[in-house]
Design a protein around this ligand. Sequence first.
Ligand SMILES: [Zn+2]
Length: 413
Amino acid sequence: MKITARIPSIKEITVDVPSNITVAELKRILCERLKIEQDLTKLLANGIPLQENQKVSKIKLKSKKLEIDYLWSRQLILWGEDGQAKLGKSNVLIAGAGAIGNEAAKNLAMLGIRNFTIIDYDKVEVSNLSRMVFFDKSDAGKPKSKVLAKKLHNKYPHMEITAIQGKLENLPLKVYLDSDIIVSGLDNFASRFFLTSISRRYLIPLVDGGIAGYQCRVQSYVPPNDPCPICPIAREQYGNLVGLRNPCDAPIEEAKTPSLPTTISLVSSIQTHEVTKILLGYKNYLQTEKWPETTGQPMQGIWIADLKYNKYSLLNLVKNKNCMVCGEHGEARNTVERIDIPIKKFFSSDLRERYLRDIFPESDEFFFFKMSKGKPIRINNDKILKKDLGKGDYLLVTLKRKGEYIEAIIRLK
Ligand SMILES: [Zn+2]
C-alpha cells in the first residue's frame, strides 16, 4: 500500500509498504528515507499520535497523509536535514559548568548538538541555584561538571556527555583536538588566556562570554585571523589581571562577581547562536572564506550590553600585534597544522614519508611524538607499534622545512 507522510512546511514523501507492517516499522522506513532519528520522531494521524504496535492497515486517515512529528522539525525549515545532522555530529567543549555553562548546555542540547565534554573544577553551592537551571539544593557539594552532565543526560538520553572535574590546563590535548568548538563562560582571566592560546594554536573556534552584574559581553573567535579575546588587553594590564576573577573586580579572595539570571541567559543565548553559525558554516568558510547565507556570519568584534542603561553595542576590534596570544611575540603566534593520515599509510614508512612530503613540500626530516600523560614522547620511526596506535589517535610531528622546525598534528583515520 502507498502511504504519504509529511513534515509540515518541509517535505512530504510517499512510500510503498506491505499493509501488514506496524506503525513502528513504517516509522523506521520513513525516518531512514528522511535521514532523521527514529527515537526522536512520532507519527500522527489526524493530529493524534499513533500506537507503535498498531497495524498500518488499521489507520483511518481523514486527510490521507500522515504527519511526521520530529524533534527538530522547526529548525529543519531553516537549515534542512543536512544542517541538523551536522549539528548532531558536532563535539562541543563546554569550558565552565557554572551559570553560562548551564544555560549554554541547555540551549545547545535543545538545538540538537549531541556530543558534549563539560569541564569545571568547582562544586555546586546553594548560592548558584539562582542562576544555574540544572542544579538543586541536594546537589550542593557535588562537582558541577558531573551534576550538569547527569541532569542533561536524564532530560536528553540521546546525548553523549563526558564530564571532567578539573582544570582546563590539565585537560589532555586529545580532548581539545576532538572538539569542533569551545564555548566558555569562565570567571578568571588566566583560564581565558589559556583557552584562547589553545584555540589559536590548534585552530579550534571559541565563543567566549562573560557577565558582571548588569553588564555582559560575547566574542566569537574564529582562528587564526580574527582578533582574539586577549587582543583588547594591553600588555601592562596583564600582571594586574592574573589572579582576578573579573577584569573590573577586586582580587579573588575579596570579591564575588555580581551575577543575575537575566544577563546570564542573554549572554548564553547569543553565545549558543554563534556556536550554531560556526558549526554550520565553518567548513564552508575554510574552503571559500565565505559564511553560508542561510545561517549567516559570526559576529565581528565584541558584543556588549548594559541592562541597567539599555545599551547594546558591537564594538569594533582590531588585531593587536602586541597581543600576548596572537601577536608577533604572542604565546600562540604559530599555529599548528592538522592533517589526517589513513592508518594504513602511516604504518608503512615509505608511504608515510611520501604522504607527508606531498603535504609538506621541501621538508626533509620528520620526528613523531605521542602524548602520554600530557607529555610528548618521541617515537623511534622504526618502532611505531601498531598495537599502540589506532584510528582516532593523534601524533605530534615536528618537521624541518627550509632550516626551520615546524609542528603539526596527525590524526590517524
Ligand atoms: Zn590576540
